[in-house]
Design a protein. Structure first.
Length: 293
């Protein structure tokens, strides 16, 4: 009720001020009009319309008349506005619940709800960001590990290639010579041939005669292996003591060629004897080599 009385009091005060201003203006205008009428009514003064207008202009009567009209219009507008505000104030005070209060309350509730949502959403967003950061770190670590693994694999491949590119050690070789009976002579001049692990004298002879298409025939294996003929020259072709023998570096071993191992750098010679080795320096009487130095 205090607010309503205050609004009504303001309206009444404004109306009173407007009335006072209007009365002052009317009083001044009346005085000016009376003065003009007295001059116009004077029979000794003849005044034209232009003189009257000039007099009004000089005295400011016309401007004051216009100002009077403007003041009246402003007072009427202010009275209308005051009446409208009074009506709205009465309406607001008479209503049991204020829409503005409800709106404010609703807005406040919505704001709280939004803040609550924002508050509840923020941890989820933070958790999502943290999860994404963790995933990115894991991806980065995995990428690093893959790069390191690839780098190591490349290093291994490079080392393998380096090993492959390293010159292979020279193969181990021996010298091989085949000489027949005096009437046939040399069947295979001295040549250098490669050997492999666990090669025996017989294996070297077999491999090289086959590679060079030289006839060779033997029987047995291991300790019982015996060469019967080379280049179609067989035992007993030149008498009862004729046949094939072999020597290592000029020495005649006392075992079969099928079990005698070879060493790199040795010179193997196959020789045809017509007298049990006596004619070639390998007779039994001369003693056969047992492999000992």
């Amino acid at each position: 009720m205090t607010r309503k009385k205050l609004i009504i009091f303001s309206i009444l005060l404004l109306a009173a001020l407007t009335t006072v201003i209007s009365l002052e203006v009317i009083s001044k205008n009346s005085a000016l009009e009376a003065t003009v009428e007295q001059k116009l009514d004077d029979p000794q003064v003849v005044v034209g319309e232009d003189v009257v207008q000039g007099f009004k202009k000089e005295t400011g009567l016309a401007a004051k008349e216009n100002r009077k009209v403007e003041v009246e219009e402003e007072a009427e507008q202010e009275a209308n506005v005051a009446t409208s505000e009074s009506f709205e104030a009465d309406t607001v005070l008479d209503q049991p619940s204020s829409p503005s209060v409800n709106t404010s309350s609703t807005e406040s509730q919505e704001t709280k709800t939004n803040r609550s949502k924002a508050t509840s959403t923020t941890p989820k967003s933070q958790e999502k960001k943290n999860s994404q950061t963790t995933e990115n770190k894991q991806v980065t670590e995995k990428s690093k590990q893959e790069k390191n693994s690839a780098y190591k694999e490349d290093k291994k491949e490079d080392k393998k290639e380096e090993k492959k590119q390293e010159p292979a050690p020279p193969p181990e070789t021996v010298l091989l010579t085949i000489i027949g009976s005096p009437d046939i002579g040399t069947i295979l001049a001295t040549v250098e041939v490669e050997i492999v692990n666990n090669d025996t004298v017989l294996e070297v002879l077999k491999r090289e005669t086959r590679a060079r298409q030289i006839h060779m025939e033997f029987r047995g294996r291991g300790a019982t292996a015996y060469v019967e003929g080379i280049n179609n020259l067989y035992e007993f072709d030149r008498g009862p003591g004729s046949g094939w023998m072999y020597s290592i570096n000029g020495k005649f071993p006392n075992r079969s060629a099928g079990i005698w191992p070879v060493k790199a750098g040795e010179h193997i010679r196959w020789l045809y004897t017509e007298d049990l080795g006596k004619d070639i320096g390998g007779g039994v009487d001369d003693g056969l080599w047992d492999g000992e130095d």
